[in-house]
Design a binder for this molecule. Structure first.
Ligand code: G6P
Length: 608
């Protein structure tokens, strides 16, 4: 992963590059660095740790420059360290930043070593600097050197490079890793994400795979795979600064949890009308395609996969369609059989997750009826490469642990279930029932957020433990999994989730006073069975924390029951997610972890 940014301007660019890195820390934050052209020299600063440390170094060294590149890293090859931080350099001449993975790096390293280059890092990226220098030294231009280097590279990359001998131009290249150009005033910028430069421009050009571009403060030129000059579309995107600041909240995660009522409204807005879902909300022709669908294949990662697991229940209950779900990282490697008239659905907050993107590209070679993505970023690769899409409109999600992206994915997946059912002429009454419930969903989420005080009462007991078990049944099992994922991601407490009926087949052995058990008990046809499962925990001295429908009565020896607001059963997974998010947040706060940027993780995982 990692985030890259570059600027060629008529003004000093050091500060804006560092500000851009701050906005991209969600992509990685274990080290950072910058290379700036300064009086025919390159100021090269790198730090281990977060961008703040690089910023401090910049403040003390005060480099001045109108042209530079910068990077924030999430380690793949080589531990986080100053030596492994980007920019990497070759012969004090070429400096590069790279996001992605060079798969044939060992062969290329061998080749370069034989050519006399020595390596000062353990990264795969450093070889790009040497390879560019190798071709430059043979008399090629920087543009030609980039094309010659690209011919050698296998893998994914977004690269920005500068040459000490040229204080006017930056060369950038993209293959399978996001990269865009920003059109500023008297300056041109490049970055992995529009967020990084959104304060400087709202005009962006998203490069395509194989593209190379040359930027100066006055102009930019884009070349395609075959080195032909090309024009690419300019997208206007307004990303308000407000959306990327914490406001009154301590953490982005907290802000994003409390934004959910509005985010869900935004997902539903303009997509339902009367007592049904509107036609073609997934793109022109989608309603017609949906008539033909006989089977659904979902691929996603992390939290997005959990959303898919909930949706599989909805596709079955509302649209009467069978669904297969795969981890995106596994899907391609199981020789998936594609049934006739299958729809491939990818789910992704970022739209850039490498495994999900690779699964989509693989599926496009197979016999799918069509491909569709549920995504939060309209300009993302998944959105651009899928036949149909719906955007969750949740606004930027910065906290690494996904919250509003998840609940809005669920809302969008419910719209998909309804749209499929409508096109297939299934369950009109049920559709009306769900649409009515969706109209008040945002209010119910608001009501659920008020449970915070009750959750604060149980958070200390969980924060003091090293393990936790989450239980749910049916459509609530994926929510239990999501609860466990949230807790482990940000509080580093080991947490597992089980369908409650499976307790007796193993996990019951773990129950003692050191193992808090968090259970989801909505009103359902299997509520009684779930209560019996919870009795099994109680009988073995386990402490239960149960989020329950008020109709469910439980007499606990230790622990607590928290009553949940009422909601249509099919939408309750969204409601029951909320207290689990708040619980993880409050537990992590008590444990003093780095909530928005938990150790070893990153928000957008653009490596396979
Ligand atoms: C990372 C993030 C998770 C996210 C997953 C999938 O692991 O930390 O929060 O669920 O990637 O990301 P996507 O953008 O595809 O939803």
């Amino acid at each position: 992963m990692c985030g890259i940014i570059a600027a060629a301007s008529n003004r000093n660019v050091g500060k804006l590059l560092v500000q851009g890195l701050h906005k991209m820390e969600y992509r990685g934050y274990d080290s950072a660095g910058i290379a700036l052209h300064q009086n025919n020299q390159i100021a090269h600063l790198r730090t281990l740790g977060k961008v703040k440390l690089l910023e401090e170094k910049m403040i003390s060294e005060k480099p001045k420059s109108k042209l530079g590149i910068a990077h924030t890293r999430w380690a793949t090859h080589g531990e986080p360290s100053e030596e492994n931080a980007h920019p990497h350099k070759s012969n004090e001449r070429v400096y590069i930043v790279h996001n992605g993975i060079i798969e044939n790096y060992l062969d290329l390293k061998e080749f370069l070593k034989k050519e006399g280059y020595s390596f000062s890092s353990q990264t795969d990226s450093e070889l790009i600097a040497h390879m560019l220098e190798y071709f430059l030294a043979k008399g090629n231009s920087m543009l030609d050197s980039m094309y010659l280097t690209k011919e050698k590279l296998d893998g994914a990359y977004a690269i920005a490079a500068i040459d000490k001998e040229d204080d006017k131009n930056i060369i950038i290249a993209r293959n399978k890793s996001p990269l865009l150009i920003g059109i500023g005033t008297d300056e041109f910028l490049a970055a992995s994400d529009p967020l990084a430069i959104a304060q400087l421009t709202n005009e962006f050009i998203f490069l395509e795979d194989g593209d190379v571009a040359e930027l100066s403060s006055e102009e930019f030129t884009i070349y395609d795979q075959s080195k032909n000059k090309v024009e690419r579309e300019i997208s206007q995107i307004d990303i308000s600064n407000q959306a990327t600041s914490k406001g009154e909240y301590k953490h982005f995660m907290e802000k994003e949890i409390y934004e959910q009522p509005d985010a869900i409204l935004n997902t539903i807005d303009g997509r339902v009308g009367g007592d049904d879902v509107l036609d073609n909300i997934f793109g022109i022709g989608s309603s017609e395609i949906f008539e033909k669908v006989k089977r659904i294949q979902i691929v996603a990662c992390g939290t997005s996969l959990h959303a898919g697991r909930v949706a599989a229940n909805w596709f079955s209950a509302i649209a009467e369609l069978p669904t297969q779900i795969d981890y995106a990282s596994e899907y391609r490697y199981r020789n998936p059989h594609v049934d006739e008239d299958s729809l491939l659905v990818t789910i992704s907050q970022s739209g850039e997750t490498a495994d999900t993107l690779a699964a989509l590209r693989y599926a496009k070679e197979k016999d799918y009826l069509s491909t569709l993505t549920i995504c939060n970023v309209p300009t993302s690769s998944l959105a651009r490469e899928s036949d149909y899409s719906i955007f969750t409109n949740a606004g930027p999600e910065i906290g690494v642990a996904s919250t509003k992206a998840f609940t809005t994915q669920l809302a969008a997946l419910m719209l998909l279930s309804l749209a499929l059912a409508k096109s297939r002429g299934k369950n009109p009454k049920l559709r009306t029932r769900v649409i009515t419930a969706m109209r008040s969903l945002s209010d119910t989420v608001n009501e659920t957020l008020k449970l915070k005080d009750k959750i604060l009462e149980i958070a200390p007991a969980i924060a003091s433990k090293d393990n936790a078990l989450f239980l749910g049944r049916g459509i609530f099992y994926p929510i239990a999994k999501e609860g466990a994922l949230k807790l482990k991601e940000i509080s580093y407490i080991h947490a597992e989730a089980y369908p409650a009926g499976e307790l007796k087949h193993g996990p019951l052995a773990l129950i003692d006073e050191e193992m808090p058990v968090i259970a989801l008990a909505p009103e359902s046809e299997i509520a009684e069975k779930l209560v019996s499962n919870l009795e099994e925990v109680k009988a073995r001295g386990g402490t239960l924390y149960v989020f329950a429908d008020p109709s469910i009565t439980m007499d606990l020896k230790s622990g607590q029951v928290i009553n949940m607001p009422k909601c249509d059963f099919l939408l309750t997974p969204i409601i029951y997610t909320i207290p689990l998010q708040i619980l993880s947040y409050e537990v992590a706060l008590l444990r003093g972890t780095d909530i928005d940027q938990p150790r070893n993780l990153a928000k957008s995982v653009t490596v396979e």
